[in-house]
Design a protein around this ligand. Structure first.
Ligand SMILES: Nc1ncnc2c1ncn2[C@@H]1O[C@H](COP(=O)(O)OP(=O)(O)OP(=O)(O)O)[C@@H](O)[C@H]1O
Ligand SMILES: [Mg+2]
Length: 511
């Protein structure tokens, strides 16, 4: 591990109104995993898009394997041995898994006829080799976010790459899947290959990286050896200040008034007899293994999925929420885990994304109060530190984490009494996470009630007054904040209906 695989220097890139990168540098050695970290909007994805030929730099030198190169486009980047797994998926939902992987380079019989069978076989061979559990013939649109991520990874590995770029590959994965991915990377690494790895999950940097390059506001800050650096040191480099994370939630809700009561909720597919209360001012966390039914509970409550049995009461009155729009009108907001498809209007600007779903609040006698919409948007752009040149910027031009902040802002403006947040901090940097936690605590203190589903157990532990642990579509038990630990959450999460423990490994625990 010493040869220089890639050297970037003096790189600049601007977009209208935004200097995304200036005088950026980076060096990747053969045989290493180099983590690239920085706050939301720091320029990580932009740098990787330059490297993979998607954007053209304004300035800069790129040296691959000792040879200066001008990367002419995505095909050229692939020829140079550079592959990228994007933060936002580029898959075609109507095609199969194998078609997505081999699109444009399908195996052909006699060089002419496309052979679906050969392609599926080739895909299966690849999955076996890299130990990924995927069905080549399945339509990608039917896959979970985690499985789609696996397709992206398989696709990148199907090229003979020397340099593999992974832009937040684990944002949608659970701990067991993260471990599988790390194994994949260790298998991929040879003295002649290297990986650039972008992640906001500080805990995994220690596990997978050799060195860490930190960037801030489009500028290079430093590169450190992972083994001799602590994560708080890395975070301080990232955000330019220290972050003190409190470990436990704010004081328990003072009210014992039940605002939401779910009784005997069942669905055809998964949920069985789910019952719980949510108090005014309470943050109720939902923990459980992947597939335990946390998202399904949220979806059934707001009418995104059909209930086969059960009742939902709001403030003591039975209600029927036939879809998420009706739910929101009744004061129940649902922030979906699927930001790209359900949460954002990518072509619309920041202001519309934040304010349009709260039209009632901003219209009087049929007239839109545009200044009020602007003011509310400006306020949340400031509070959540959304990095954008203005509120007139199209949402698609914002970085991944800043798009997520917009979805959160949208629900905060909507001013619901009950908020159901499914993976709210996915892709959000450590500093901004703290700000979002503070905001949620503030909301709870003013009497709003929050259900928080998160795949990061430390997050559930630190935010929740109470934790509902799900297993196999049921609620296995509740834990009060003071008594909850990773261990007893896991004990409940792996309990089957019969009371026995499942064989699921502890690493698979999800919050
Ligand atoms: N196509 C574009 N048009 C305009 N601005 C852009 C475009 N792409 C990126 N930007 C801006 O460049 C800056 C850097 O964005 P980038 O996506 O590289 O951030 P990032 O470090 O990957 O952040 P995150 O952690 O949120 O993914 C941001 O301010 C972003 O809004
Ligand atoms: Mg990014």
């Amino acid at each position: 591990m010493s040869s220089e695989l890639l050297k970037i220097s003096g790189v600049s890139k601007s977009f209208p109104g935004v200097k995304a990168l200036s005088d950026m540098q980076l060096e990747l050695r053969g045989g290493e995993v180099l983590a690239l970290v920085g706050e939301n909007g720091a320029g990580k994805s932009t740098l990787m898009k330059l490297l993979s030929g998607i954007y053209v730099p304004d300035e800069g030198r790129f040296v691959v394997d000792g040879e200066p190169v001008v990367i002419g486009g995505t095909k050229h980047a692939q020829e140079l041995g550079i592959s990228i797994i994007h933060q936002e998926f580029n898959l075609m939902p109507d095609l199969t898994v194998a078609q997505n992987i081999y699109i444009g380079r399908e195996p052909r019989i006699g060089g002419i006829f496309l052979s679906e069978t050969a392609m599926n076989r080739k895909a299966q061979f690849l999955f076996d080799k890299i130990n990924i559990n995927l069905n080549p013939k399945q339509r990608v649109g039917e896959l979970t976010v985690a499985k789609q991520q696996m397709v992206e990874i398989a696709k990148a590995l199907s090229y003979k790459s020397k340099i593999l770029i992974m832009d937040e590959p684990t944002a949608a994965l659970n701990d067991a899947e993260v471990a599988t991915l790390h194994d994949l990377i260790r298998n991929f690494i040879k003295p002649t290959t290297g990986v650039i790895y972008i992640s906001h999950r500080m805990d995994e940097l220690k596990a997978i990286s050799n060195r860490i390059t930190v960037i801030r506001d489009g500028q290079y800050i430093d590169t450190v050896d992972t083994a001799t650096t602590t994560m708080p040191e890395v975070i301080t480099l990232m955000v330019g200040r220290e972050i003190s994370g409190e470990q436990r939630p704010v004081a328990a809700p003072s009210s014992s008034e039940t605002v939401l009561k779910v009784s005997g909720l069942s669905t055809k597919e998964l949920l069985k007899d789910v019952s719980f209360d949510l108090k005014r001012g309470e943050i109720l966390g939902f923990a459980g293994l992947m597939g335990a039914g946390r998202t399904e509970v949220a979806r059934a409550i707001v009418g995104a999925d059909k209930m086969s049995a059960g009742t939902v009461e709001l403030n003591g009155k039975a209600v029927a929420m036939s879809n998420p729009a009706v739910a929101a009108d009744l004061g129940v907001g649902y922030l979906s885990e699927d930001r790209k498809h359900l949460g954002l209007m990518l072509e619309r600007d920041v202001k519309d994304n934040i304010a349009l779903s709260s039209l009632k609040r901003f219209s009087k006698l049929g007239f839109l109060n545009n200044p009020a919409m602007k003011a509310a948007s400006e306020e949340y752009v400031a509070t959540l530190r959304i990095k954008t040149p203005s509120i007139a910027q199209a949402a698609k031009n914002l970085s991944g984490g800043n798009q997520q902040k917009i979805v959160i802002a949208k629900w905060l403006v909507r001013d619901c009494d009950i908020l159901i947040f499914d993976e709210p901090t996915r892709g959000i940097d450590v500093g901004a996470k703290e700000e979002i936690y503070a905001l949620l605590n503030q909301l709870a203190a003013t009497g709003k009630s929050i259900i928080m589903i998160s795949s990061e157990l430390p997050e559930v532990l630190r935010m929740s007054h109470r934790i509902a642990v799900m297993a196999e579509g049921r609620i296995a038990g509740f834990l009060a904040s003071a008594e909850a630990t990773q261990e007893n959450i896991m004990e409940l999460a792996t309990r089957t209906a019969a009371g026995a423990r499942t064989t699921e490994t502890p690493a698979g625990v999800q919050g």
